[in-house]
Design a protein around this ligand. Structure first.
Ligand code: NAG
Ligand code: NAG
Ligand code: NAG
Ligand code: NAG
Ligand code: NAG
Length: 489
């Protein structure tokens, strides 16, 4: 049965947890919705939801089913009638509005309208009333890109109608961070006639089966001392898990994570979050101090995990439980199942332990991930990363007018584009709390920084410089397509 969309207030918990971004920052098994929870309250340009009818399957000429897809618009800065339109792409999480981040600053500067489309299946844009594996078959980046194209046409047409004109074309520019950053790059690649350019922030454009660089980057970001403390902690945890797993799980409030891999994954992610979102000191300071003082590293790590990962970020430990991921009901935790499905079918990014010198447990390996895919979604579900990279080009993406940005401490940057060219500039923001999507949110990446204020970055200048370059690129590309509203170049 097709579903007409959940009521917006289906869950107050959802509102508390998912307040932040449409291009969700999280990815991986740092599930999309954990970041930034309560901090983000009231940080929207708008949360007034709008709806339109989207095609369910863009690739079948016989299937004309539709579903309701949610979007938002913010017109306060719009230079009527010919200002640009900024489309903020929804990623792997609920989209509760248009965030007041650096894109808001750009919108003021360029006199732009801002619209944002929730990603199919996530949040209220859910085509079916259950998330069975069978129902998930229309969940893919390819369908999502086509959604954006169809939405762009719909929105341009309705704007034209509002402005009493026909055939008008405003210059469009697309934005996204993380997975949505990859969509932003891929959109410009596949639909170059529909956008003047794209900003692809921390864009994970390379599908990777065994993503060992991820763990290596954590080691690099941590520095020698903290890395050693983290590695020792992992060893102690592995030993305890073998001898008294029940007691160990209890220390971490993770009694339900009976599969060792699930438990160890949870503990690995908890460390990642500190680096990914620009708060390395929250983890490294207490751990290094404890090591120097000869204190119990596992106890200190457990305190960090519970207070910071579970407390501040609001992660629900259950989402690491494969049994829990099997649930097909739609609720505030559905994003985890949905994102795992995308991972298990298209992009992988399996954050496995490198064979040498890893921080995470070596039990978090390829087999763990493949077993999870099969266990949660059924036989035959595994990611064909070669096909994905064949389709989009990976880091050899043959696009143009795409800006890539990365944060130096972000483990995800190794799935992003490595090299820079005039047509596809790539900028690295370097500082010791520069993480995922720093260009859009400032650092530490917390929505308490309205308009992505860069003040809290350890090198605000590094962020500022990259933002200036982004503006210059946008200025040029928008001017090049202002006459036609299109760019085929
Ligand atoms: C979407 O489809 C429904 C049901 O077919 C229809 O009632 C509604 O008017 C449509 N909405 C728009 C915005 O076209
Ligand atoms: C569009 O036309 C309608 C009817 O002619 C008029 O009421 C409205 O003010 C016009 N809108 C704009 C933006 O010109
Ligand atoms: C393993 O890692 C250590 C520390 O980084 C390094 O010194 C050593 O050469 C590595 N060994 C192999 C086999 O790569
Ligand atoms: C940002 O810096 C201000 C002081 O400059 C501080 O009060 C605030 O807590 C910081 N925010 C974060 C998220 O660290
Ligand atoms: C993987 C990585 O670090 N990506 C790149 C981000 O952008 C800078 C600037 O072009 C590159 O030097 C990095 O290699």
């Amino acid at each position: 049965m097709m579903k007409q969309g959940l009521p917006a207030s289906s869950s107050s918990l959802l509102l508390l947890l998912f307040l932040f971004l449409c291009f969700s920052y999280a990815i991986a098994f740092i599930p999309p919705h954990i970041h930034l929870n309560h901090l983000s309250q009231g940080r929207y340009l708008t949360n007034q939801e709008l709806w339109f009818n989207q095609t369910l399957d863009h690739f079948s000429p016989y299937d004309h089913r539709q579903f309701r897809q949610r979007y938002y618009e913010f017109l306060d800065n719009f230079r009527i009638p010919d200002g640009p339109i900024f489309l903020v792409i929804g990623g792997e999480g609920t989209c509760n509005g248009i965030s007041n981040n650096y894109i808001a600053v750009l919108a003021k500067k360029f006199g732009a309208a801002v619209v944002s489309l929730e990603h199919r299946y996530y949040g209220a844009s859910t085509p079916f009333d259950t998330l069975s594996s069978e129902n998930l078959k229309y969940l893919s980046s390819k369908q999502a890109l086509f959604d954006l194209a169809v939405f762009r046409k719909y929105y341009q047409d309705s704007l034209n109608a509002k402005l009493n004109r026909t055939g008008g074309e405003n210059p469009w520019f697309f934005f996204g961070g993380s997975y949505a950053g990859a969509l932003s790059a891929w959109f410009r690649l596949k639909f170059p006639h529909l956008t003047c350019g794209s900003l692809a922030s921390s864009a994970v454009v390379r599908a990777i089966q065994d993503f060992t660089e991820f763990d290596q980057q954590i080691g690099e970001s941590a520095g020698a001392e903290c890395k050693a403390a983290l590695q020792e902690t992992t060893q102690l945890i592995e030993t305890k898990l073998a001898t008294d797993g029940k007691a160990l799980r209890a220390i971490f409030n993770a009694d339900d994570l009976e599969v060792d891999g699930d438990f160890l994954y949870y503990l690995a992610d908890a460390a990642v979050i500190a680096f990914q979102y620009g708060n390395p000191d929250k983890l490294c300071n207490p751990l290094v101090d404890a090591k120097k003082a000869g204190e119990d590293l596992v106890g200190v790590y457990a305190k960090y995990v519970k207070e910071y990962y579970v407390g501040t970020f609001g992660v629900n430990v259950q989402i690491y439980d494969q049994e829990y991921l099997k649930r097909t009901a739609i609720d505030e935790d559905s994003s985890s199942r949905l994102w795992w499905f995308q991972v298990c079918t298209e992009v992988a990014y399996f954050q496995v332990a490198p064979s040498n010198d890893s921080i995470r447990s070596s039990k978090v390996d390829t087999k763990y991930h493949l077993d999870l895919c099969k266990n949660v979604f059924g036989d035959g579900v595994f990611p064909d990363v070669d096909a994905t990279n064949l389709y989009y080009g990976g880091t050899k993406i043959a696009g143009s007018k795409i800006i890539f940005t990365n944060g130096s401490q972000d483990p995800w940057r190794h799935a992003s584009k490595q090299t820079s060219s005039t047509d596809m500039p790539s900028y690295l923001i370097t500082c010791n709390n520069c993480g995922h999507c720093t260009d859009l949110s400032g650092c530490p990446q917390s929505p308490s920084n309205i308009e992505g204020n860069e003040k809290n970055c350890s090198s605000p200048d590094a962020v500022h410089k990259v933002r200036q370059k982004v503006q210059d690129d946008m200025d040029l590309w928008l001017s090049e397509c202002i006459d036609t509203g299109r760019s085929y170049i």
